[in-house]
Write a protein that binds this ligand. Structure first.
Ligand SMILES: C[S@@+](CC[C@H](N)C(=O)[O-])C[C@H]1O[C@@H](n2cnc3c(N)ncnc32)[C@H](O)[C@@H]1O
Length: 312
């Protein structure tokens, strides 16, 4: 378990937490502890990962992410701990601290009109926060993902639900795609592209929160996305991915990939998408490329200095 390693922010810390069961003989460790009715799904993670493990492209992956991937794979096998969201490769890289909630939650609530979407899923043991004047527990991460989608709607004048096909480059543990499917309300065709270990984790997380029938992890070429499902694609198959998307999303991800990956996405015209939502630091060299393709920059806000959306 990764209990006690929760982060309050996005600081980088490569030191691994002490695993509670590290000194126990293997045959005494119940790796499905805490998974409850999802234990069967969790035990299939290893097989799914094995199927995509070699579907990578080292020329796309920055050394810091390659290292995080190795660490994550080591610690999630054979069965991910039930509190996998506390792993440093996740907690320190993609979980927000509570400090963003007072800035983002009022905006999200006003635009959503219905607090139900804010209810957090227990899968992975995320840190939660109260939604004032309700009995709902949300999480800073869920608020943050909804904030991105709603800021996109405001800046572009388009609704998420107008996109039939959505592709996300670098989807973390699957949080944004989970919220996009729910906000959309229909059966969009979704594609998430990531490194092999993250795609296996996205398969697990999204299957747990959306239902396994809604998710497919691709492991061989050519990749033809299945309509109405979340299609998870490891980066080694991107060149064999047949896709015409309406909306391309990449928050703090394509800019964290190697230039070869950025060139591939630009050469593919963002997988055909007219609409773009990217987020990165305003000083990132890749921002200029996205601006050149007609996106407009808009700052997240004073609570995240220097961070911007690029929206088209
Ligand atoms: C900082 S995290 C951001 C995750 C998520 N977009 C968010 O905002 O919470 C970067 C994401 O990009 C992924 N990533 C890193 N290098 C990548 C590459 N070369 N190709 C695809 N995804 C990559 C990571 O695995 C991770 O999912």
């Amino acid at each position: 378990m990764f209990a006690g390693t929760r982060s309050g922010g996005a600081e980088t810390d490569s030191s691994l937490p002490e695993r509670v069961s590290a000194d126990m003989p293997c045959d005494q460790i119940d790796r499905t502890a805490g998974w409850g009715p999802l234990a069967g799904l969790a035990t299939r993670f290893a097989r799914q990962f094995e199927a995509v493990r070699s579907c990578t492209d080292p020329s796309y992956v920055r050394p810091d992410w390659a290292e995080r991937n190795e660490q994550l794979a080591r610690d999630l096998l054979p069965v991910p701990p039930a509190d996998f969201l506390c792993h440093p490769a996740i907690a320190f890289q993609m979980m927000m601290g509570e400090r963003i909630v007072p800035y983002e939650l009022p905006y999200v609530r006003e635009r959503l009109g219905d607090d139900a979407l804010l209810a957090e899923d227990a899968v992975g043991s995320p840190p939660t926060a109260a939604v004032p004047d309700t009995s709902i527990r949300t999480s800073p991460n869920t608020v943050h993902q909804l904030y991105h989608l709603l800021r996109y709607e405001e800046a572009s004048g388009r609704r998420v639900r107008d996109a039939d096909t959505v592709v996300e480059w670098g989807g973390g543990f699957g949080s944004l795609m989970r919220m996009l499917v729910r906000l959309h309300g229909g059966d969009p065709t979704c594609v998430v592209i990531d490194t092999p270990v993250f795609t296996a984790l996205q398969w697990l997380y999204l299957s747990a929160v959306l239902g396994e029938e809604r998710v497919v992890l691709h492991h061989r070429a050519p990749v033809r996305p299945e309509p109405g499902r979340v299609n998870v694609v490891p980066i080694g198959l991107v060149r064999d991915l047949e896709l015409e998307a309406d909306l391309f999303i990449s928050n703090w991800a394509l800019n964290e990939s190697m230039p070869a990956a950025q060139r591939e996405v630009v050469a593919r015209r963002w997988f055909g998408a007219d609409s773009l939502l990217l987020a990165m630091h305003a000083g990132d060299p890749f921002a200029a490329v996205v601006l050149d393709h007609g996106a407009r920059a808009t700052l997240l806000g004073d609570f995240m200095p220097g961070q911007q959306y690029l929206i088209r």
